[in-house]
Write a protein that binds this ligand. Sequence first.
Ligand SMILES: Nc1ncnc2c1ncn2[C@@H]1O[C@H](COP(=O)(O)OP(=O)(O)OP(=O)(O)O)[C@@H](O)[C@H]1O
Length: 247
Amino acid sequence: MGKKNVALKVENVSMRFNLSAEKVDDLKDYVIKFIKRELRFQEFWALRNVSFELQKGERLGILGFNGAGKSTLLKVIAGVLKPTEGSVKKKGKIVPLLELGAGFDKQYTGAENIYLYGAVLGYSKEFIREKYDEIVEFSELGDFINVPLKNYSSGMKARLGFAIATVVEPDILILDEVLSVGDAKFRKKSEKKIRDMFDRGVTVLFVSHSLEQVKRLCDKAILLDHGKVLAEGSVEEVSKLYEQRMK
Ligand SMILES: Nc1ncnc2c1ncn2[C@@H]1O[C@H](COP(=O)(O)OP(=O)(O)OP(=O)(O)O)[C@@H](O)[C@H]1O
């Protein structure tokens, strides 16, 4: 495959978080400790030197136990977090389906939230207006679309979030556990929508705790362990290694 087909290049990405190591009781205590320079932060590296490359249309599963750094890596690639070191180069429009509905306001109706959340995702008002009916239909909310979100069940909110976020045609799609939302029927429908995007050659980054789902949807995988890439290769090879480590 030629270089011109590279959709995503992650180079030596490291991400450091500062965890407060000192117990601070209140603001006064904080100020005193700060002045006396007694405040220490413990450094924590959630990602260490992560590098990989994806060609257009490749679908990468990111495997690893709790706290391995999977969500952090997706956030760095989506541009939500700036890496402490390293760089991410991407080609085309990227749509992150991270925490669905994080941009929702409970006081407003579903219809109003379509515009609100759409704006959070960077869509124009005209674009949302054009896609409005399609979003409502996919969400299957019916008359509930005119009810404030505080009266929605969590599955209903997730359905609306998924419908809004997937109405665009992205070049790179980031999926973090989102295929586990909604009931079985909606999950099936979501998976079909995502498969249709696959057919159109979208590049995918996928995190799921369901190994079976990763095997079904991805062709490549990496295994993260304490922020480092432990293995990289075909989804069969890497998931075999992951399964061995589970025992
Ligand atoms: N904002 C933050 N500040 C400090 N530490 C953080 C922050 N975000 C994540 N971490 C830490 O970074 C590590 C990796 O977290 P991350 O959420 O990326 O793991 P994960 O592989 O997605 O885990 P899970 O499978 O549980 O979702 C964890 O130890 C977590 O506590």
